[in-house]
Write a protein that binds this ligand. Structure first.
Ligand code: HEC
Length: 316
């Protein structure tokens, strides 16, 4: 019975080594495609487009290559009233997400329906396209799928944007690019952890929610609240506006930087924003020399602040 401990030790070492080999070599071979897309994954990739980080179509991360998501109340081809429909508009030249470029990414069922019924393989980047998320059945099972409304209904990108108007247009796709560029992920995660986190930050996502999304921006080292569902606990545009202009307006001890420069030169009414005057009045308020802080300007429709607010409020 000599050296019995060594035998136990050797077996334990063998088990630990094989387990870690299994985790590092075998587990990554589970392909995300085999999970299949949820409707959330289709919505996300059509909202965010091809990639929210550096791409050759948007090297300076301005959000200019990201699609627009609109709510339509009239058929843009015939002009007839209809039940509100969410459409994802890729104007000419905007790169398509991986699910359109490589339908296999969507997973079985969703892939087949998107190609056969949704005709997504007929969409062209040069001309642009309008997509919808639909539900259908394939081999007796239900799947969400993508419809290319430009092929199936003759909806053209420009006509859809005009029919919807700015009030019904979300720039959440461009906003995610700003989220990546501004490094919000240094402090915030987009993934509640498997703890009591769920009670406050909301339900954990499914694996299939991420097919075709790039990057996921999960984040790792969290210094601030998780934002995966922030729009569900705080849907106030005014609060977001004040908080981004200067977080200390709503959270006096916040360590979050101010992002007032995303407003640009002018506000929604076309008036020039005087940052120096604003700051002076704000400091007077902090010193107790004013009762109210200065008003935060409403961001102009094409401003990066508007993009970011649309992105954050869309996180539900
Ligand atoms: C230096 C770390 C830091 C950075 C960078 C940062 N934040 Fe924050 N953020 C915080 C902290 C801390 C809070 C909690 C206190 C507060 O509300 O200000 C917060 C709160 C928030 C909230 C409210 C969360 C809730 O639960 O209601 C939102 C939304 C938000 N941040 C968005 C952003 C976005 C978008 C960016 C990038 C443009 C960003 N933050 C960058 C630290 C940061």
């Amino acid at each position: 019975m000599a050296f019995r401990e060594y035998k136990i030790g050797a077996v334990m070492f063998g088990v630990a080594l094989s387990l870690s080999m299994f985790i590092t070599l075998v587990m990554p071979s589970f392909n995300i495609i085999s999970v299949g897309s949820t409707a959330v994954a289709l919505d996300k990739q059509l909202t965010y487009g091809y990639n929210s980080g550096f791409t050759f179509s948007d090297p300076f991360l301005t959000g200019g290559a990201a699609p627009h998501r609109v709510v339509l109340r009239k058929d843009p081809a015939s002009g007839a009233d209809m039940e509100p429909v969410t459409a994802y508009v890729f104007s000419a030249g905007m790169p398509f997400p991986s699910g359109i470029l490589h339908p296999a990414v969507l997973g079985e069922g969703t892939d087949d329906l998107s190609v056969e019924q949704g005709r997504i393989n007929e969409a062209s980047v040069e001309q642009g396209a309008v997509f919808l998320v639909q539900h259908g059945s394939y081999n007796g099972a239900e799947y969400p799928y993508i419809e290319n409304a430009t092929a199936t209904r003759g909806w053209l990108p420009d006509a859809v944007l005009t029919a919807a108007g700015d009030a019904n247009t979300s720039y959440a796709g461009a906003g995610k690019v700003i989220f990546v560029r501004e490094g919000c992920w240094w402090c915030h995660t987009l993934l509640p952890e498997q703890t009591q986190d769920f009670q406050y930050f909301g339900a954990p996502p499914y694996l299939g929610d991420f097919n075709g999304e790039s990057p996921t921006a999960f984040g790792s080292d969290r210094k601030a609240p998780d934002l995966l569902r922030v729009g569900a606990r705080n849907s106030s545009k005014e609060w977001m506006m004040m908080h981004f202009f200067n977080p200390r307006l709503v959270q006096p001890h916040s360590i979050m930087p101010r992002f007032d420069y995303l407003w640009g030169e002018t506000d929604a009414n076309g008036n020039k924003i005087d940052y120096t005057a604003w700051r002076k009045e704000y400091l007077e308020y902090r010193r107790g020399e004013r009762i109210t802080p200065p008003e935060v300007p409403v961001p102009a429709p094409g401003s990066e602040a508007r993009y970011l607010i649309d992105f954050v409020l869309n996180l539900k």
